[in-house]
Design a binder for this molecule. Structure first.
Ligand SMILES: Nc1ncnc2c1ncn2[C@@H]1O[C@H](COP(=O)(O)OP(=O)(O)O)[C@@H](O)[C@H]1O
Ligand SMILES: [Mg+2]
Length: 264
């Protein structure tokens, strides 16, 4: 298993009237190379699960293992060298006043576990140029442009390269196309799919779009109340329509799947 969550719990505002169980005995096993898409209503616990896996907010108890390592309480900066995470906001995770090239070099050094800044080698510069030109977005000609000047879609494309320059053990995508216009969203999604399959990267992708959740990846999980309600892959998943999966959810949870954004 590349990723293993065993009975992971996270309670917010414990022992107050606002107490809320965001992760409720969550268990999940993901094999090397699996591309899992994740859907679920607002507040289902999707981002909290990503926070626990990436270390940006630790869980209360349970075990999280990555490639055989217990990372449950490992500091975030140490996990960052083998876990890539991309957020909805294209501004997040990049330094807007640094150039595209500088952002990529910093990401490269972070994922190789080096935290001492130094001048990039010729080889490293070439690697970055190659990855950028493979996108076919002309970004290789904008290496010296401040990244804050790129469009949202272009920035998410660069962020994807940043997260995969050195192959991560795990890639976490948290609605990374939701803030983009439909055309850019489609282009970033296709790019994402290409990078993941070419490099066989183990990936979890949260999306509000149930159609893309079923179109991309090899397995789909529906979360509800801090747990997994539906988990489908293989033949069962092939040819499944949005209506079919919503029906499955209702059959298990005895309620209608509610997501304000799901129908957009
Ligand atoms: N820092 C926090 N403090 C208190 N409650 C939180 C915090 N983060 C998340 N929650 C609550 O935990 C639940 C799950 O949130 P989240 O994981 O962000 O859901 P999702 O990403 O599925 O929409 C929600 O009810 C949310 O209000
Ligand atoms: Mg969320």
């Amino acid at each position: 298993m590349m990723l293993k969550l065993e009975a992971v719990n996270k309670i917010f505002n414990k022992n107050t009237p606002d107490e809320h169980k965001a992760l409720n005995n969550l268990c999940l096993n993901v094999s090397q190379g699996e591309f899992v898409t994740i859907i679920g209503g607002n507040g289902a616990g999707k981002s909290t699960m990503f926070n626990a896996i990436s270390g940006s907010a630790l869980c209360d108890n349970g075990i999280i293992e990555l490639d055989g390592m217990d990372i449950t309480y490992m500091p975030e900066y140490r996990r960052a060298s083998f876990i890539g995470r991309i957020f909805q906001d294209p501004m997040r995770g990049t330094a807007p006043n640094l150039t595209v090239g500088e952002n990529l070099i910093i990401a490269y050094m972070r994922s190789t576990g080096r935290n001492i800044m130094r001048m990039p080698s010729k080889q490293e510069k070439n690697l970055i140029r190659e990855r950028l030109s493979a996108l076919n977005l002309g970004l290789e000609d904008r290496i010296n442009t401040k990244i804050g000047l790129l469009s949202g879609g272009q920035r998410q494309a660069v962020t994807l390269i940043m997260a995969t320059l050195v192959k991560p053990k795990l890639l976490l995508l948290d609605e990374h196309t939701a803030a983009l216009d439909p055309l850019s969203a489609k282009s970033v999604m296709d790019l994402t799919n290409r990078i993941i399959s070419e490099n066989n990267i183990t990936t979890l992708m949260i999306t509000h779009n149930i159609t893309s959740a079923l179109a991309y990846g090899s397995r789909t999980i529906m979360m509800d109340s801090g747990n997994i309600a539906v988990d489908i892959e293989g033949n069962e998943r092939k040819g499944l329509s949005v209506q079919d999966i919503l029906k499955k959810f209702s059959a298990v949870k005895n309620k209608v799947f509610a997501d304000d954004n799901a129908l957009l």
